[in-house]
Ligand binder design. Sequence first.
Ligand SMILES: Nc1ncnc2[nH]cnc12
Ligand SMILES: [Zn+2]
Length: 320
Amino acid sequence: MIKAELHCHIEGATPPALAARLAAKYGIDLSRYLADGRYLWHDFSSFIACYAAIANVFRSEEDFAALAEAYLIELAAENTIYAELFVSPEQGLAAGLSKDGYMRAITAGIEAARDKTGIEARMVMIGERHMGPEQVEGAARYAVSCDFPLLTGFNMAGDERMGRVDDFGRAFDIARDGGLGITIHAGEVCGAFSVRDALDRVRPDRIGHGVRAVEEPDLVRRLADEGVVLEVCPGSNIALSVYPDFAAHPLRRLFDAGVKVTLNSDDPPFFHTSLAREYEAARDEMGFSTDEIDMMTRTAIEAAFVDEPTRERLLSRFAG
Ligand SMILES: Nc1ncnc2[nH]cnc12
Ligand SMILES: [Zn+2]
């Protein structure tokens, strides 16, 4: 089955064995965050802290390039034709590189994977909500001024409980005015109000998660009517205790209500998942037919932050 992914934080795709190898190479103590091949966290805040620690083991352009290349090659091996990677150039600064050096590295990883497998990929710039409006605006300004053609979108991740969407509105205005596709994490840790705020202030093309919109029927209807695409990450939601299990997850209710939904892995090894496992769970645990899953993949390509010839080429893979 053909697959596509719109929502994966690239440092969040770091295999634990790679994190351990780089930590040993650079003399970094990860014992609070990684043991017995598993990442150590127990709630959203400790997940964010663990994520930051793991992202810090990358110290060279080669490290970042190898991560992106390896992740995309793994996706391609599971018949994934398109992926968007969430990127954080400030991670380059933390590594003693430059933001451009980081972007160059992820670009190199994408190009290497495309040369080897044909997988198409783009980058989406991340601002971190818990770092405050200045950081998020800075990320947007860098995104619209840097010169990396594979960077096609802007997103805000991080702790949804920090501030209100309005505090970050200018960052999205900058990104939109600069021609970037717009998506925002909302309705994951916080409830329906957060999705409504995002729709009202940011007018996003897509929403990261968004699943807690299900708590308000009017909001579900609004998502369906406005055609906003949800980047749904069921395994992530279960790992972070947003829902107890796949049976309780609202993906099916949103789909049946006519909301445009897609399947994604978020930070796969942190949540003991992969894009392939999310597809399997949709079929085996959430009762989606092959045709319905294909619909979700098609939705992902239709909502991808790509130029129209690329979209047409990707959509042609569904012919027949
Ligand atoms: N699931 C998630 N929610 C918010 N910020 C994140 N950063 C990495 N993964 C995230
Ligand atoms: Zn995410």
